[in-house]
Design a binder for this molecule. Structure first.
Ligand SMILES: C[S@@+](CC[C@H](N)C(=O)[O-])C[C@H]1O[C@@H](n2cnc3c(N)ncnc32)[C@H](O)[C@@H]1O
Length: 230
């Protein structure tokens, strides 16, 4: 029986409730920071490695998988625990490889995805309180020389006045299209120190840390590229 008061349970349930609004918002360019810098930043970080196989973890409605399909010789698998988002991804890209898979299912059975992945990417999709098993399962899929790439809210601009790890609530009010009926989403805030500790605990080491700014004076995201240490 799922614990309905558990933020991790509420998190995945919120995506089912928000799937249609999220799909409309992403596809209409309703998230300003994405248009300004962060979509280009994640694409460039991935494409710059000339990957042959990419795993998009928490792929949502599939924009990044569709974008990477334009790169010659790059095959991408996307998975997500929200069936409505996976259905939206498939209907826009019937030839794409999209899988219904929750993070808990992936951790229990990483072999659901074949190893030999050059890039495993989390684009605003590492929202869990306990993320080390998820990150090490992603790392277990990497080919030699492969990397995990994480793009997330920058902790220095998203702390909301309390620079301490802990659950926060996203109400989506900053998005264009915020007149949509959004269900609040719990997400776990980490300080920069905690991000670095999480990556180390998952058996990874940072190769590069980027802070895309676009034309603003503040970082629009934190973008980490990490390789296996062993
Ligand atoms: C902010 S959206 C990002 C989607 C996509 N990566 C993008 O760039 O648009 C977060 C995604 O994480 C997925 N997600 C959150 N918790 C999950 C879980 N426990 N298992 C699988 N997917 C999950 C959600 O369904 C959602 O698609």
């Amino acid at each position: 029986m799922p614990d309905r008061t558990d933020p991790a349970e509420q998190l995945i349930r919120s995506w089912e409730a928000n799937a249609a609004a999220w799909t409309r918002t992403v596809r209409s360019g309703g998230i300003a920071s994405r248009k300004a810098a962060t979509d280009a930043a994640i694409v460039s970080a991935i494409v710059g490695r000339r990957p042959r196989r990419v795993l998009d973890i928490g792929c949502g409605e599939g924009w990044l998988v569709r974008r990477l399909a334009q790169e010659p010789g790059c095959a991408t698998i996307g998975f997500d625990g929200c069936p409505t988002l996976i259905a939206a991804a498939r209907s826009s890209d019937p030839g794409g490889d999209y899988r219904d898979l929750t993070y808990a299912e992936f951790i229990a059975n990483p072999d659901a995805v074949d190893p030999g992945v050059d890039v495993a990417v989390f684009n605003y999709a590492l929202l869990e309180g306990r993320a080390v098993d998820l990150l090490s399962s992603a790392a277990s899929r990497l080919a030699p020389g492969g990397v995990v790439i994480i793009q997330t809210l920058h902790p220095w601009t998203s702390a909301g006045g309390s620079y301490r790890d802990g659950w926060r609530t996203e109400d989506f009010s900053a998005f264009a299209g915020s007149d949509e009926a959004w269900t609040p989403m719990p997400w776990y805030f980490r300080t920069l120190e905690s991000w670095l500790a999480l990556i180390r605990d998952a058996g990874l080491a940072i190769e590069t840390l980027r802070e895309p700014v676009g034309e603003t004076d503040v970082p629009l995201s934190l973008l980490l590229v990490a390789a296996r240490t062993a």
